[in-house]
Design a protein around this ligand. Structure first.
Ligand code: GLC
Ligand code: CA
Length: 551
């Protein structure tokens, strides 16, 4: 475990992240909302599991009409979740355990309850008059797409007080800030400094492609947006070295990669790998690996010191925005047989239900996630295979209370479960009696203990975080193989996956030097020797994963 003060500046390259909304984890005061004190209480659990960094979605003052992504005060803790002292204690507690804390920076928009917006609508000529994008017509920027297709039919909303339209890319109660106004930049920098001074280790840049919109562009990844991020990064590097920025840019590969910036003007240290995620699910359901191999092979080079953030699920829908229309239709067929499972341009389900609660698939999915180039972000509850509730509003399906024990409340709170911010999952196969931390901790064969063990293995191998990746050729359509190669000490690891429901006899080419020995990284059994042609024949069981050291 690394000491927070002595960890390297690029700590995020070898970290395993864990996303959890504060309200979902543990309620200590019995009001039915998870709180910061509850997060502190559970740090030992996260540390036991092998988590290096926690990502907390917004816990700031907010009317909570978008899970807290509608912020009404950037530097105040939402009283439902606790106090600033409790946040400071959480940060200290995490750091004392060698764990980092990453928070969300939602700077594309605010809540309409934010004082900036209240002032802006009240007094067009006042100091906040230009903090938002106002217009007498709702016909500007017509080539900009709508993101929340289920709820919004325009990116403009009428304000009765100011008698103008304002611009919003998300819900109409989330007006977009006006980045053409330099005062907005300064206000945002102040927010970043506030949290950085406290010791927060990183920021997720929420909805970052949408900062600037122009008449010519489509409001996504426009050049001044990149210039702004570069300035933000420069400020952090100068004033708070070692703090990390991770981009939430749900964009095509060639666009996502721009969020790392250039050597002269670096932007984010990390960016979520949105393009690869849907192809993982594709392979798991269809046994076809072409799309997955393609995205991995074509993954653009990223500059030294940066890293991808890879994930299977998060607090949003499983987004299908970045796949072709035909692929999207197939994904809906495979994973959203019930209309209610769809939301916006995606699917509102959790990992375990998506994978039919099959242990072999859950292992393959997680093992792949943990050896992809970059750093993995786990989503709370997926380590025990929690279920979802598709009948809840919007994306709340997969934001239900964490299941700590077998009681009706799941050990989330001592309050009456009917008072919880969201009901505990009760669907068959996923009840608290069937899925909970306490029992899985006691069971050496549980998914939870499997997850802990593979995290340990990943940490021990070292190469997964900072090594490079070479995608290999196989002669089986359901087998994906690549080698992770260290950029320093350590040994290469051959990662192979059989997504087929049948066992596969496969030849993998280009593994490495003839005569190198392959050893199973879990358990240490010798698997064989690389042949004269640098390839090797392997027999892989149905739906299986293999991490083999090459030495
Ligand atoms: C991001 C968040 C999402 C939120 C949206 C608007 O996409 O992940 O939860 O609704 O931004 O802030
Ligand atoms: Ca509470």
């Amino acid at each position: 475990m690394n000491d927070a003060s002595s960890s390297p500046l690029d700590w995020y390259r070898s970290a395993v992240f864990y996303e959890v909304m504060v309200r979902s984890f543990r309620d200590t005061n019995g009001d039915g909302y998870g709180d910061l004190a509850g997060m502190s209480e559970k740090l030992d659990y996260l540390s036991w599991l092998g988590i290096d960094a926690v990502w907390l979605p917004p816990f700031f003052a907010s009317p909570l009409r978008d899970g807290g992504y509608d912020i009404s005060d950037y530097t105040a803790v939402n009283p439902l979740f606790g106090t600033m002292e409790q946040f400071d204690a959480l940060l200290d507690g995490a750091h004392a355990r060698g764990m980092k804390v990453v928070i969300d920076l939602v700077i594309n928009h605010t809540s309409d309850q934010h004082v900036w917006f209240q002032e802006s609508r009240r007094d067009p000529n006042g100091p906040f008059g230009d903090f938002y994008l106002w217009s007498g017509t709702n016909e500007r920027f017509e080539n900009v797409r709508i993101i929340f297709t289920d709820t919004e039919d325009s990116n403009w909303a009428w304000d009765d007080e100011r008698k103008q339209y304002y611009w919003h890319r998300f819900f109409s109660h989330q007006p977009d800030l006006n980045y053409d106004n330099p005062a907005v930049h300064e206000a945002v920098f102040d927010v970043v400094r506030f949290w950085a001074k406290k010791g927060v280790d990183g920021f997720r840049l929420d909805a970052i492609p949408y900062l600037y919109v122009s008449d010519e562009g489509n409001g996504e990844s426009e050049p001044p947006t990149h210039a702004f991020i570069a300035r933000l990064r420069a400020m952090l590097d100068t004033e708070f070295p070692g703090r990390m920025l991770v981009a939430e840019a749900n964009q095509l590969p060639r666009q996502v990669v721009e969020y790392f910036g250039t050597p002269d003007a670096p932007e984010c240290n990390m960016a979520f790998n949105f393009p690869v995620m849907p192809y993982i699910f594709w392979a798991l359901a269809s046994g076809e690996t072409t799309g997955l191999r393609g995205t991995l092979t074509e993954l653009p080079e990223i500059q030294g010191g940066s890293a991808w953030g890879v994930f299977l699920r998060n607090h949003d829908e499983l987004t299908l925005e970045m796949v072709t229309e035909a692929e999207r239709a197939t994904m809906y067929e495979l994973y959203a047989p019930e209309p209610r499972m769809k939301v916006n341009v995606g699917i509102r389900r959790r990992l375990a239900p998506l994978l039919d609660n099959r242990r072999d698939k859950l292992e393959v999915a997680n093992a792949l996630l943990l050896c992809l180039p970059g750093s993995p972000f786990l989503y709370y509850g997926d380590e025990i295979g929690m279920g979802d509730n598709i009948w809840l509003d919007d994306r709340d399906a997969s934001r239900t209370p964490m299941q700590w024990d077998a009681s009706a409340s799941g050990g989330f709170s001592h309050a009456d479960p009917s008072s919880f911010y969201l009901p505990v999952v009760t669907s068959e196969g996923f009840t608290t009696a069937e899925v909970n931390v306490e029992e899985q901790r006691a069971d050496p064969d549980s998914l939870l203990n499997w997850t802990k063990a593979i995290l340990e293995l990943r940490h021990r191998l070292g190469v997964m975080g900072t090594g490079s990746t070479r995608v290999l050729t196989t002669d089986h359509p359901s087998v994906l193989a690549f080698v992770r190669e260290p950029n320093g000490p350590g040994v290469p690891v051959l990662c192979a996956f059989n997504f087929s429901e049948n066992a596969a006899e496969v030849t993998i080419s280009g593994i490495g030097p003839a005569g190198a020995r392959l050893v199973n990284a879990r358990g240490g059994a010798e698997v064989g020797e690389v042949g004269e042609d640098e390839g090797m024949a392997l027999a892989l069981p149905a739906m299986s994963w293999h991490w083999l050291t090459v030495s």
